[in-house]
Design a binder for this molecule. Structure first.
Ligand code: PLP
Length: 419
């Protein structure tokens, strides 16, 4: 309750307007954007909204693996102190072992593993440690928009390279080359990809590594979906392709282990380091300033990596995630004027709306109108730094029946939708 004396006092004083900092000018995160506020209003009014906007397995009936929960609970009574700023050694060792199992993955020292409150925190730390005003970072379009947002917030300039829908959404190497300047410092690779579901070919990864070598680029490889693969897709870690380059590989528990709310991720550093001492000291410094990641969740890392890998059943041909990916892809392609490249990994589909059939000028408005009419929340393609209003992203996490019905409703909605 408001203290009446205080409100009088405040009422007699002029308070300076508080605006957001200008650093946030280019920081966008449409996955939780304006449409989500409208969804919250609809829900408050008693409507049920099917929220296909975030890759959050927990809300679609994916339970946290039992051994992760059990070990975390067991750790809680003694996990109330700060840990080492990089993270507890046992968890870092478990991460080292995970990569030792991957043929060709360069040697990782536990000193070169950093745990974080999700990959998100590590992306922020990396960009803050790396970038000066005007430094450029190559980022895929479409992208997972946190990479673009954190590049901007850190004073850098995001430069988007195109991924080619006609080539399974693999990055276009010529386009990457054409965007390099003497300010280009790093290249971001998201593989398997959010939002397209692409799993990059060896040829593409080798091409990217060649470009990075030629221009001495730092390689930032976001591989958070590395075990969510369908059919014959094989994930090739970037560090195995470019062991001679400084490469930061990002991964965590949010997706493969389905405990996004525990906020637990890691980053491993491979390749030569002598030339990058300043940057790496910066990472250490920022790891220290955040004190440490959530300590109980670090025990979750240990349990997740050493236990049964339950994701394998979910992505197998009879598994839930596989079935959901199939129905999403099939149903989307049944809609007139909609086409979708078959996702080979991750938890999303990124269908195209043919502009000849669906004249969409404003894809955020399309998402809003779909929400109001059908109570289905998607994210517009431009929210992923895609430059045309002709794509949508759908999360493939709900049960197949729910997805099938939702996509049919999307099709009905589009059949009469005009802007
Ligand atoms: N990277 C990618 C490609 C993602 O899709 C996501 C979340 O959707 C993240 C990073 C963030 O992961 P975390 O939950 O570990 O912060």
């Amino acid at each position: 309750m408001t203290n009446p004396d205080l409100s009088v006092a405040l009422g007699s004083r002029r308070l300076r307007t508080l605006d957001q900092s200008s650093k946030l000018k280019n920081v966008l995160y449409e996955i939780r954007g304006a449409a989500l506020d409208e969804a919250a209003r609809l829900e408050a009014a008693g409507h049920t909204v099917l929220k296909l906007n975030t890759g959050n397995p927990a809300i679609f009936g994916f339970e946290a693996p039992y051994q992760i929960v059990r070990d975390m609970i067991a750790a809680v009574p003694t996990a109330h102190g700060y840990s080492e700023s990089r993270g507890i050694l046992a968890a870092r060792r478990a991460i080292v072992s995970r990569y030792e199992e991957i043929p060709g993955f360069p040697h990782v020292d536990p000193e070169n593993v950093f745990l974080g409150n999700g990959v998100s925190e590590l992306i922020t730390m990396t960009m803050q440690a790396l970038l000066d005003e005007g430094d450029e970072v190559l980022i895929p379009a479409p992208d997972y928009p946190l990479w673009t947002a954190m590049t901007s917030l850190s004073g850098g300039t995001p430069v988007h390279y195109v991924c080619d829908e006609n080539n399974g959404w693999n990055p276009d190497l010529e386009d990457i080359r054409s965007r390099i300047t003497d300010r280009t410092k790093a290249i971001v690779i998201i593989n398997p990809n959010n939002p397209t579901g692409a799993v990059y070919s060896r040829e593409t990864l080798e091409g990217i590594a060649d470009i990075a070598r030629e221009h001495s680029l730092l390689v930032l490889s976001d591989e958070i979906y590395d075990r969510i693969l369908f059919d014959d897709a094989v994930h090739i870690p970037m560090a195995t392709i470019a062991p001679d380059l400084l490469c930061l590989t990002f991964n965590g528990l949010s997706k493969t282990y389905r405990v996004a709310g525990y906020r637990s991720g890691w980053m491993v550093i491979t390749g030569p380091q002598k030339h990058a001492q300043g940057f790496l000291h910066g990472i250490n410094l920022l790891a220290s300033t955040r004190l440490c990641p959530n300590v109980p969740a670090q025990h979750a890392v240990l349990a997740a990596l050493t236990g049964v890998q339950t994701i394998d059943q979910l992505v197998a041909p009879s598994g839930r995630l596989h079935e959901q990916r199939d129905i999403t892809w099939e149903k989307l392609n049944e809609i007139p004027g909609v086409s979708c490249v078959k996702p080979q990994g991750a938890l999303y589909a990124f269908p195209r709306l043919d502009p000849e059939v669906h004249e969409i000028r404003d894809d955020a408005k399309l998402v809003y109108d779909l929400l109001v009419a059908e109570r289905i929340l998607l994210v517009q393609g431009t929210g992923f730094n895609w430059d045309a209003p002709d794509h949508l992203r759908i999360v493939t996490l709900p049960e197949a029946r729910v997805l099938g019905e939702a996509i049919e409703r999307l099709g009905n909605f589009l059949s009469s939708y005009k802007q």
